[in-house]
Design a protein around this ligand. Structure first.
Ligand code: DCT
Ligand code: MG
Length: 518
């Protein structure tokens, strides 16, 4: 394979006229091109095809034109972890006629531009530097705080983070907070790295790693597996905890109790005569399979449409915002999280109650746990990073008609959404086919003045939020929660209308939701 093929993931491209290239590329580019003056090309080498595809899609969504192939039309070449020499040699081989005008940039220009939502001015630090690089990944300072790192879903260290996450989860089960934090932070840091750890030297200079977490990485590098993970996966207690806590409404305490009583399967627990279940656990068992099969994005969007239709009937100017993992770009989740907010103060009153009530009337409500707001009790943001916020909210299980997802026929009346439609034909068959799926949904009622803080908090990830709160407390002497930001020096709450303003209050570079998968 020629060096050209290795670098671009393709051979030399015949020169074409600019117009023709525009037409050819626009056919697979479904997004409007907002920035006509520049055409990007992203080099695959050392980046990998999946990350390249991810970044190309991202840029196109943001209105950038990105060409699949290198041609004279390209104005900006974006590279990652490549040396100037190798890129320059490769460009020479392409026999382009515009190399003097071509901007050869490193990934920092690209990420800055994605964050800004437009091409940013090229600074020196964005240009590919003419220094020799070895195979060792570039030395960059990486923050110990997740909120100062960009963590996309393109995790290049999954083999390590899966192991660390599993061990962290077990420490959490055991209430070993120190080890839980250490393992979660190490995993989170690896998720932000633009390269795969291939030897122990790669960890040098990285924060968040101690002896224990290093040992795990070393073992995986040597053996491909981690013995602690292997034995945990065979551990009876761990297996029981995982199984029992997979039921909605069952926490570690209950799981341990059932384990202590000798139960080893969900069937045994369900069949036990002397066990009492909460309302939540009963729903958890009833809809177990649906709730434990991941919610897909089309399902989340269909649920969003149902909620929005109802909310808008009561309050037309209220907003329904999809948050949680889906806002971070995930394609699946364990639930769907929505913030409901009304721009005018006072109008939110009873909106959540009315919405849930309407879902019930429409036959879509399978379970409802309503939590009234406790805002009046709140003083300063809590110093604990994981506490529940004080908003009025409800944890629901909704009945989603599969046809709404498959056909996207979202205007179908709610009555037909839950009942078989073609009455008369083969009733005995129809009763057997389940045409709906139970979906876990969280709705949170947020006053407009606190919306930006609630959005930031509910977008997650959990690890990103922890990093953000720890940074706020330790580096800025402020306190942050889902309601606001309190400056301890000024003894005042800082207002913010947008997430960008909150990052600015904290002197942080803005991190997009899709970069918060820490
Ligand atoms: N969160 C919060 N307060 C809560 C619960 C959650 O601030 N009481 C935050 C943390 C992450 C975010 O809201 C969403 O929570 P989850 O739904 O648990 O996580 P997720 O990232 O959406 O993951 P999943 O895709 O599995 O739903
Ligand atoms: Mg979620």
């Amino acid at each position: 394979m020629s060096s050209a093929e290795k670098l671009g993931g393709m051979g030399i491209v015949p020169k074409r006229k600019r117009q023709k290239v525009t037409e050819a590329c626009s056919s697979h580019n479904r997004h409007e091109v907002r920035f006509q003056d520049l055409i990007l090309f992203i080099v695959e080498r050392k980046m990998g095809s999946s990350r390249r595809t991810f970044l190309m899609d991202l840029a196109r969504k943001k209105g950038f034109r990105v060409d699949d192939v290198l041609s004279d039309s390209v104005t900006h070449i974006v590279t990652e972890n490549n040396s100037w020499n190798e890129i320059w040699d490769w460009i020479q081989n392409q026999k382009l006629s515009n190399t003097d005008k071509l901007k050869v940039l490193n990934i920092s220009w690209f990420t800055d531009s994605m964050a800004a939502g437009k091409p940013v001015d090229i600074e020196d630090r964005h240009r590919l530097q003419k220094v020799l690089q070895s195979n060792v990944p570039p030395v960059v300072t990486i923050s110990q705080y997740a909120c100062q790192r960009r963590s996309t879903l393109d995790n290049r260290n999954k083999i390590f983070t899966d192991a660390l996450d599993l061990l962290a989860e077990n420490f959490e089960f055991n209430e070993n907070d120190g080890a839980f934090v250490a393992f979660s932070r190490a995993s989170s840091l690896l998720k932000s790295l633009p390269y795969t750890i291939s030897r122990m030297e790669n960890l040098e200079g990285l924060p968040c790693f101690g002896d224990q977490t290093r040992t795990i990485i070393e073992e995986i590098l040597e053996d491909g597996v981690c013995s602690k993970v292997e034995s945990l996966l065979c551990d009876e207690r761990y297996k029981a905890r995982k199984m029992f806590t997979s039921v909605f409404g069952v926490g570690v305490k209950t799981a341990d109790k059932w384990y202590g009583q000798g139960f080893r399967s969900l069937e045994e627990v369900k069949a036990a005569k002397d066990l009492k279940f909460t309302k939540m656990q009963k729903a958890g068992f009833l809809y177990y399979e649906d709730i434990n099969s991941a919610v897909t994005r089309p399902e989340a969007e269909a649920v969003g449409q149902i909620i929005e239709n109802i909310v808008h009937k009561f309050t037309p100017d209220a907003s329904v915002t999809l948050t949680g993992g889906f806002r971070r770009g995930k394609e699946i989740g364990h639930d769907v999280d929505f913030l409901i907010s009304c721009p005018k103060e006072g109008k939110n009153e009873n909106l959540l109650h009315k919405t849930v009530n309407k879902l019930d009337i429409q036959g879509l409500l399978l379970y409802n746990d309503f939590v009234e707001d406790t805002l009046e009790k709140r003083k300063l943001p809590s110093k604990k990073y994981d506490v529940m916020d004080h908003f009025e909210k409800c944890f629901l299980i909704l009945k989603l008609n599969k046809a709404l997802v498959n056909n996207r026929v979202l205007s179908v009346s709610s009555a037909s959404a839950v009942r078989p439609t073609n009455k008369g034909a083969e009733p005995e068959v129809k009763t057997k086919i389940k045409d709906w799926k139970a979906i876990r949904v969280d709705l949170v009622n947020v006053p407009a003045q606190q919306f930006a803080y609630a959005l930031l908090g509910w977008t997650g990830s959990r690890q990103f939020e922890r990093g953000l709160r720890r940074y706020t407390n330790h580096e800025k002497n402020m306190l942050l929660d889902n309601h606001g930001l309190y400056d301890k020096n000024k003894r005042a709450f800082l207002k913010a209308k947008t997430e960008e303003e909150i990052f600015a209050h904290l002197d942080l570079e803005y991190i997009e939701p899709w970069e918060r998968n820490a």
